[in-house]
Design a protein around this ligand. Structure first.
Ligand code: TYM
Length: 320
């Protein structure tokens, strides 16, 4: 069975795209596959941030991952900044990556990577590559938006191995069959995201049922009245149909109109999130801290071994 990893950036409250694109696939796979899940707090430093909010947000993300079914007995769950190996490998991989290939990344362009943005925003994909390569990962369950970063990770691993010997495992991205790219309900041609400027079309995992319902009922649909799955011509309706299929596991198309579709989707979303919300409110911070500390301990050994191999291959000393 293939080793997996997935990471979550604590830049805001988790949303439904995070759940469908990555959390649920990880939860479903964790009993058959060795799995690592981490809070990508170093990645949250690549854009303007508030230290107190970051600390709180990291705890919330960890709590929501546990509430969503990440089983800490099976899965190694930890906080990236607790393991210095991430930053060490990050630098070593920067010496294998080129300026051009990070500059090309879509996310850098989208986040307005200009002269004033943090340098870490540019090198972010290399940190992500180090997250993955540290753990000898074969599969990376992520949403479609992260595919390009995993491709870069593959390129770096292959290049490293060609130049310095077979040291790194070459991973690949895996996506769920439906909802690999959940769209913003108010703007169905863009991705639903925790930091989208307007939150009217973003379903947050901790939104109360009435808020979830209202957001779905106000979803932008398309011209016409017919409910058909056609992502090109009907992105709004297709997104709702995908959400429904992701929630219920069944493909349904027999709706009399947009109103009925929306009401059905709203029910499905509320029903999917209810148990997660309930569990979240039962988890306390001391427990979360314990899990994260224990997770970092469990992750450390393999990570340190990888860094040692890389250091040796590059001609550095390994005794530390
Ligand atoms: P992040 O925190 O933006 O998102 C976490 C996960 O949720 C997925 N996702 C979505 N999937 C479907 N539809 C959406 N609308 C949607 N929005 C988000 C993301 O694809 C991701 O899988 N760089 C990563 C974090 C990271 C990471 C890693 C992931 C850092 N290192 C190593 C995997 C392996 C990120 O910003 O994800």
């Amino acid at each position: 069975s293939k080793r997996r990893i997935s990471g979550f950036k604590p830049t805001g409250p988790l949303q439904f795209g995070n759940y469908m694109g990555a959390i649920r696939p990880v939860v479903e796979g964790q009993h058959a596959q060795p799995t690592v899940v981490f809070i990508a707090d170093l990645h949250a430093l690549t854009v303007r941030h508030d230290p107190a909010v970051l600390r709180r947000s990291s705890m919330e993300v960890a709590g929501l991952l546990l509430a969503s079914g990440i089983d800490p007995e099976k899965t190694v769950l930890y906080r990236q900044s607790d393991l210095p190996a991430h930053t060490e490998l990050h630098y070593l991989l920067e010496c294998v990556a080129s300026y051009g290939e990070t500059h090309r990344m879509i996310q850098f362009k989208e986040k307005g990577g200009g002269g004033g943005s943090r340098l870490s925003l540019l090198t972010y994909p290399v940190l992500m590559a180090s997250d993955i390569l540290l753990h000898d990962i074969e599969e990376v369950p992520v949403g479609r938006d992260q595919r390009q970063h995993v491709e870069l990770t593959r390129d770096l691993a292959v290049r490293f191995n060609e130049r310095y010997g077979p040291v790194l495992t070459v991973p690949r991205a895996v996506h769920p069959a439906v909802a690999a790219r959940v769209a913003d309900l108010a703007e169905p041609t863009t991705k639903m995201g925790k930091t989208n400027a307007s939150t009217g079309g973003v379903l947050f995992l901790l939104d109360p049922p009435d808020v979830l319902r209202r957001k779905v009922m106000r979803a932008v649909t398309d011209t016409g009245t017919e409910v058909v799955h056609d992502p090109e011509r009907k992105p709004g309706v297709s997104n709702l149909l995908d959400l429904l299929e992701a929630c219920t596991g069944e493909q349904r198309r027999d709706f009399r109109g947009y109103g009925e579709l929306k009401a059905t989707v709203a029910d499905a979303v509320v029903a999917t999130l209810a148990p997660i919300q309930q569990k979240y409110h039962e988890i306390d911070e001391t427990y979360i801290e314990e899990i994260l500390r224990d997770g970092a301990e469990r992750a450390r050994e393999r990570a340190d071994r990888t860094v040692s191999r890389v250091r040796e291959a590059l001609g550095l000393t390994t005794a530390r």
